[in-house]
Design a protein around this ligand. Sequence first.
Ligand code: GLA
Length: 727
Amino acid sequence: MAVCVQDNRFDIVTKNTLYQIKADEYGVLCHLWYGARTDCHMDYLLDYPDVGFSGNPYDVGDKRTYSLDTLPLEYACEGTGDFRTPAISITHEDGSTALDLRFLEYRLTKGKYSIPGLPAVYADEKEAETLEIVLKDTASDVQVVLKYGVLEQADVITRSVVVTNKGESAVVIKKAHSLCMDIPYGDWDWVHFHGRHTMERQMECAPLIHGIQESGSGRGTSSHQQNPTVLLCEKDCTENAGFCIGAALMYSGGFQTQIEKDQLDQVRLVMGIHPKTFSWKLAAGENFYTPEVILSCSVEGTAKLSQRFHHVIRNHVCRGKYQFSERPVLINNWEATYFDFTEQKILDIAKQASELGIDMMVLDDGWFGKRESDTSGLGDWFVNDNKLVGGLQSLIGQINQMGMRFGIWVEPEAVSEDSELYRKHSEWVIRIPGRMPVRARYQLILDLSNPVVVDYLYDRISKILSENHIEYVKWDLNRSICDWYTDRLPQDRQMEMPHRYVLGLYELLERLTHDFPDVLFEGCSGGGGRYDAGMLYYCPQIWCSDDTDAHERTLIQYGTSFFYPTSTVGAHVSAVPNHQTGRDTSLKTRGIVAMAGSFGYELDLSTLNNEEKKEVAEQVKKYKEYQKLIYEGTYYRLSNPFEDGMAAWSWISKEEAQILVQGVVYRSASNTLRRRLRLTGLNEHASYKESESGRVFTGAALMSGGILLPRLTGDDAAFEITLIKWK
Ligand code: GLA
């Protein structure tokens, strides 16, 4: 049993961790512990200081040391004496916003709960248990159910919330976060992942200051600018030692992560849908379901924490035929041709690629409608006869005959004003009457909160997929969303739209992935603008970034690796000078960096000389040889590329029989010693043979003394070392 209940104390026990909460004598649900297993009642850590200006609930009588403002709470409310940031905020019919949630009952069930309309971690009855704790407001009929999904062996706990209106009149939810966790002790840094288009998930680590620090997105998508993931690390936490907690919100819309350090140096972490672009009117008898947060913690540093997230995302989030199976090596024509291609050009690229061992031709933007540039055509998901004279079927037939599979790009959520669809259905676009809408990349957004639009898109896309032998879809979205308004909702429900949009998107993806189980869906939003566990439920891989520069990719992929496994990272070798940065890197470096993900190419292979083509063929062969290790092996970051002047990473196979170490040294220097790289995750008593030199080292030597990297010349020089277990 992963959950033990005694005297209203709940012990959620996983293989290596303990999460403990209790409903105290007043029914207040207190957070006691999240960390290493202690086999102990952790309520001895609860302190009840007498803090001035921290008031006391009426029902505690004269106990002036009992304050909701100082206790570590499991789901913090607003307006009843806890002055820290709340997890929930509700406006009652009379306009008041106070809520005081107290324990009512609990339920324990086998298996993992699911969430209506939203993606969620899945697990069978042997793998998971669900704890539900029901809380009730002291003065109204608002109830809140806190759900905990416990994946014992995976050391993962999920959290989500159901808000229920058991009263007679409607209430308005202004904020309903999925996670609230109070941590009374410790000295913490927080780590989040910020960025921009073509530079996503840059790792940033900062000490907590008093007050609220936050990351989030109000862009309608999880965004390039911030990622819905966060780490709290104790000061002495490193890759391989020390305590850290990680949280990933499984949601693809606007989100908020807030961390508050309070007057007593206690830390509160809350995470959920961003209140800036959310409000929800909950009529009598209705439920509101929040998305869920995936939680884990580690006493052995961030490597272990990342590995736990990799495991849960690969095994309990990603689904479908391609969840585990080997993925095709792709050639994508975007950076090779942009909008300027003909059928013959695509066939030439495919032919060249097939000769080098590449598996699938992906036809990117420009194959449909009047799409000669990014100013027109979006929405018209009919073949562009100017470019593809024989239509899709003939093109795919010829490509299949080469032994290549075929995939296609779509951006269903967007529409160009210069399109048949817009001319016919301009009312489907998100905009506010009397106000000109914001255009981004010249395009507008279709209102996916409207079921008619979702049905239309389903019909269009499913027609293309059923009429053509398409085995892969790249699902893109190239702008942020604003101008929220719909005449389908009354005035006081307008801000339900951003969440309803995400629900519409999920429904569309669910229907398509269900009805076309053999198609590999790759997520994309101008690269990694919607790289989150929600999208990974439908798409087992995501185009990591529109930045294909190998040097910058090492930084982007480093940040991505903290939560997301390499099997989810779409990565391609592109041309030099790189189209985003103008930087030259060797084909070897580009190959090694793209191999740390779902591998492919994105350049005109016919421009390569014979030697380079040979190198491409060898890379493809090598990738196929190592794909299982790269997808299933345990991943280690071996350097911090922001500090160490190099990026280095490794995978160790499950049986520890095979180790692949790769990396890039950023700058060369004259007259230096060779660099030494310490490996991690090996068995110190075993010995390992380096394939190239044939030299045998002990695990202890490789982890303490490290391995000397080859003498490298030139900037951004890549290295690769393979080891096999010897004894
Ligand atoms: C986005 C994607 C690119 C490419 C273009 C096409 O930017 O991330 O890979 O598909 O759109 O317009």
